[in-house]
Design a binder for this molecule. Structure first.
Ligand code: DC
Length: 230
């Protein structure tokens, strides 16, 4: 299984980079943030308080989730709704729920098994979900630039609202008890501030080529170890 983990805070460019790298390498792509958003959306739809831990955890275990180009929650298309400002505000609470994390991490690992690996983006992919990933990239960008990028995507919110929401969310994501946002020790950090995204994609593709070679070499070495007589 060949997994490329791409982590980083919102607005760091990770979705653009992860999607492009998956397409260029012909690998499957999974947006794990969309899974947390889908659970937050499903809770709000059912009138469940995102703070009600047990009920939200039970919901996470029960719902049918399909996260591909479209996001389907119990068969209904929620691709647009999961990006709404309301869901964006509630999702950090849902993502801080340890039982929700256990469930979604299990589903993420099952997804990778079923697809023989892929490019997986999130916050804890290299540190928790796939600690043995072939390549771990952690993207960063200056706070002002991250808010700027996000406010261009969120047409109904202005820069100040986006920057304030983002700071609040970053704080919850990085201080929560369950898998706080952290950089895996062996992750390669890339700062995307002021750099064209194409350049970052090329950097990650170069790193992926090196990782693939290292994986092949390790497999060949492993085969020799298990068959010392060969
Ligand atoms: O990347 P995003 O903005 O769509 O993520 C939505 C939320 O989910 C955000 O608060 C961080 C959280 N998240 C997480 O805790 N772990 C992940 N693997 C992915 C996202």
């Amino acid at each position: 299984m060949f997994v490329i983990a791409i982590d980083g805070p919102s607005g760091s460019g990770k979705s653009t980079v992860a999607k492009a790298v998956a397409t260029r390498l012909g690998l499957a792509y999974l947006d794990t943030g969309a899974m947390y958003r889908a659970v937050a959306f499903a809770a709000m739809r059912r009138g469940i308080d995102p703070e009600d831990r047990d009920t939200v955890a039970e919901l996470a275990r029960q719902i049918d989730l399909k996260v591909e180009d479209q996001v389907l929650v119990d068969g209904a298309d929620a691709t647009i709704e999961i990006r709404s400002p309301e869901v964006t505000r509630a999702v950090s609470i849902v993502a801080a729920n340890p039982e929700v994390r256990v469930e979604l991490v299990t589903r993420q690992r099952e997804w990778a098994e079923a697809h023989g690996g892929g490019v997986v983006e999130g916050r804890d992919i290299g540190s928790v979900v796939f600690p043995a990933a072939a390549l771990k990239v952690y993207l960063t960008a200056a706070d002002g630039e991250r808010a700027n990028r996000r406010s261009k995507e969120m047409l109904d919110l202005n820069y100040d609202q986006v920057a304030a929401d983002m700071a609040r969310r970053d704080h919850i994501d990085s201080t929560r008890a369950a898998s706080p946002l952290s950089v895996a020790k062996d992750a390669i950090r890339l700062d995307t501030t002021g750099r064209p995204i194409e350049e970052i994609i090329d950097d990650v593709l170069d790193l992926a080529a090196q990782a693939a070679q290292a994986t092949r070499a390790a497999r060949a070495g492993g085969a020799d170890d298990t068959n010392p007589e060969v």
